[in-house]
Design a protein around this ligand. Structure first.
Ligand code: FAD
Length: 380
């Protein structure tokens, strides 16, 4: 599967996949099959991650072709993304703690880490997924679970290093889905409940391609942490001011550039040099369509100030930037911009406003709300 970072490609993939979003997805979604076969999952995550297409579009497309009953396994998976986004947004110290623990772990990289990231552990399936991740920038959900479980419990490596390894190579690398999934496998998200990969399960769901009998940790204990992560309720950012403005596009949401309103008087793309190739190109492609430029670097406040001056406005609007690397970068820039009299506003999508406040505890609470959220958003 080629992952081309354009909206047209995401929409084409969505159009091809949606017919399978019912029974076929339900029956085969857990199978990580050979790359030569047609995948039962959508592989839409890179486009969703960078909002080249939106959850709302994906859900609408699914509901237009399937009853809610038939499409519910797929619909629920799409809601997992919003669940993780909302949960991290409301527990921001999890992200800060991940970053500081990662920095510590990176100071002392072991031989085991070198073997794991080179795909040379001797555990055939793990080594295969490692090479595939590096080559394709994508990994099936079930393989991600097995990989993370083997990393943490069999290889006994710090989960933060594994999460960073994923972020480095995945086209869909996402601070919320990735960090919280690794924590979920470790037993830190649902406290005391870890995900343990087993040889039988791997054999069954890889259609017999792998069977790591005797190689995996048996009944390992979940990880524990001493830190408490306090709940901070999500408050949607302000709406867009009714004035000419500079539109800033980041890898968090490329869709706005396709929804530009007449009040926009300039556009600027911002990407950090560490962003993935998919993310960088996604922003560059979308911004250049509007005649704007994309800056790749760390001096965001300077670039925003210049672009705002060129657009003859002091109003800057960017789609909401959730917790993660981009919001860390924008927080630094925002302080300087204030001093320059530039007003940076974020606009929040209706979907996030509906979904995120329900991501306070486990997924079940959000799951119960799915029908009413779909109704509120006029989906199906
Ligand atoms: C350890 C680990 C790390 C992960 N890291 C990421 C990450 O960095 N970025 C990311 O987008 N997903 C991540 N996931 C979630 C999931 O594996 C991917 O979203 C999914 O595999 C993408 O493939 P797909 O588009 O074919 O999914 P489909 O099954 O076709 O699902 C449709 C969409 O729903 C969303 N989705 C589906 N399953 C999940 C899930 N379990 N959690 C969150 N969203 C989901 C995705 O946006 C996906 O594109 C991770 C899971 C694990 C176990």
């Amino acid at each position: 599967m080629q992952f081309k970072p354009t909206r047209a490609e995401g929409l084409a993939r969505l159009a091809t996949f949606t017919q399978y979003a019912g029974k076929a997805y339900q029956e085969r979604r857990n199978f990580d099959i050979d790359a030569s076969q047609v995948s039962a999952v959508s592989q839409l995550s890179p486009w969703l991650r960078h909002r080249l297409i939106s959850e709302q579009e994906v859900l609408t497309s699914a509901r237009n072709q399937h009853s809610l009953e038939a499409a519910i396994p797929y619909v629920q998976q799409v809601f997992w993304r919003g669940y993780f986004k909302g949960w991290l947004e409301q527990h921001p110290t999890v992200w800060q703690s991940y970053k500081s623990q990662l920095a510590k772990a990176q100071q002392n990289l072991s031989h085991g880490y070198a073997e794991a990231t080179a795909g040379q552990t001797g555990i055939l399936c793990f080594d295969h997924w490692c090479h595939a991740l590096k080559n394709d920038g994508y990994m099936h959900n079930h393989a991600r679970l097995w990989f993370a479980s083997i990393w943490i419990f069999t290889l006994k490596l710090p989960w933060e290093l594994g999460a960073a390894f994923f972020l480095e190579h995945l086209h869909d690398g996402d601070p919320a889905s990735n960090t919280l999934s690794w924590r979920w496998v470790a037993g830190l998200h649902t406290k005391g409940k870890n995900y343990v990969a087993s040889a039988d399960n791997i054999e069954k769901f890889t259609d017999g391609r792998f069977r790591p009998t005797g190689q995996l940790a048996q009944a390992p204990a979940p990880l524990v942490e001493n830190e408490e992560h306090l709940f901070v309720p999500f408050e949607p950012a302000q709406n867009e001011p009714n004035k000419p403005h500079l539109l800033v596009i980041t890898e968090e949401d490329c869709l706005s550039s396709f929804e530009v309103d007449p009040r926009f008087s300039g556009v600027l793309g911002l990407v950090s040099p560490e962003a993935s190739h998919f993310a960088k190109t996604a922003v560059q492609n979308t911004v250049s369509k509007l005649g704007g430029d994309t800056y790749v670097g760390h001096h965001w406040s300077k670039e925003i100030t210049l672009a705002a001056q060129n657009a003859q406005t002091s109003k800057v609007i960017t789609p909401y930037i959730p917790v993660g690397h981009v919001s860390d970068g924008m927080a630094v820039a925002a302080n300087t911009l204030k001093g320059h009299g530039i007003d940076l506003t974020m606009s929040t999508r209706a979907y996030d406003i509906q979904v995120w406040p329900n991501a306070t505890k486990g997924f079940f609470k959000l799951k119960k709300k799915i029908p009413s959220i779909l109704e509120a958003l006029n989906i199906g």
